[in-house]
Design a protein around this ligand. Structure first.
Ligand code: HPA
Length: 234
């Protein structure tokens, strides 16, 4: 058992899906996995292991933001031997050609985070997805009939920024969407020599201020799940 995860050794699969919301982890376990078993509920961050197409897969919440995902992913890599971590989440579009409900595969994650500023002593690390997982997810999405948008995203430390137009600079330099976790996941995967990928659906637009409806979020979520699970067991 680690500090924030109550699993015994061997209870967590080598491949794990990481939604931010712990109730999403429960939903995925109950609707997509066979024989799911709860392995942790510390702080109501739920984690389950089951099988998908006969292969062991775990799913666990991470909470929102870099400090929270950092705690769980450090423990999953260091203490539980997780080899493949796939974050599934939502993001805000910062470009006109990235539309609501689009599926985005985060090739890299720029960040304004204090975490990497501290870790690298002011140097600028480039958090990058696993090419193997990225390729597999891209092919899985295309096979299911969905053309993903693949490119750089931004992992921001703040949802509510002082400058509401801050995102425009990132957009000018080619970033597709804003979210709050990928940079840390990719950095930790590199540190522990594991594989990581973030699969995102666009839930809102910072340009038009549109948001997806609850029903649309459910549909796009299911679609993202299929891509993530296919990638996890590949
Ligand atoms: N900003 C940061 N994270 C997000 C957003 C956003 O607009 N939408 C979904 N996750």
């Amino acid at each position: 058992m680690s500090i924030h995860i109550a699993a015994k050794p061997g209870e967590i699969a080598e491949a794990i899906l990481l939604p931010g919301d712990p109730l999403r982890a429960k939903f995925i376990a109950e609707n997509f996995l066979e024989n799911p078993a709860l392995y942790t509920d510390v702080r109501n961050i739920l984690g389950y292991t089951g099988t998908y197409k006969g292969r062991r897969v775990s799913v666990q919440g991470t909470g929102m933001g870099i400090p929270s995902i950092s705690i769980y992913v450090n423990e999953l890599f260091r203490d539980y031997g997780v080899k493949r971590a796939i974050r599934i989440g939502t993001a805000g579009s910062i470009r006109e050609d990235i539309r609501l409900r689009d599926l985005v595969l985060a090739m890299s994650a720029s960040t304004d985070s204090g975490a990497n500023a501290v870790r690298f002593g002011g140097r600028h690390y480039a958090p990058t997805a696993s090419f193997a997982l990225l390729k597999t997810a891209c092919e899985a999405a295309l096979a299911l009939g969905w053309a993903p948008k693949v490119g750089p995203v931004v992992s921001s430390d703040m949802f509510y920024t002082e400058d509401p137009e801050e995102w425009k600079l990132w957009a000018k330099f080619g970033c597709l969407a804003l979210e709050m976790e990928s940079a840390e996941l990719y950095t930790l995967a590199a540190k522990y020599e594991r594989e990581a990928l973030c699969i995102l659906t666009i839930s809102d637009s910072l340009i038009t201020h549109e948001q997806t409806t609850a029903e649309e979020r459910q549909t796009t979520f299911t679609r993202m799940m299929e891509v993530a699970l296919e990638t996890a067991v590949s």
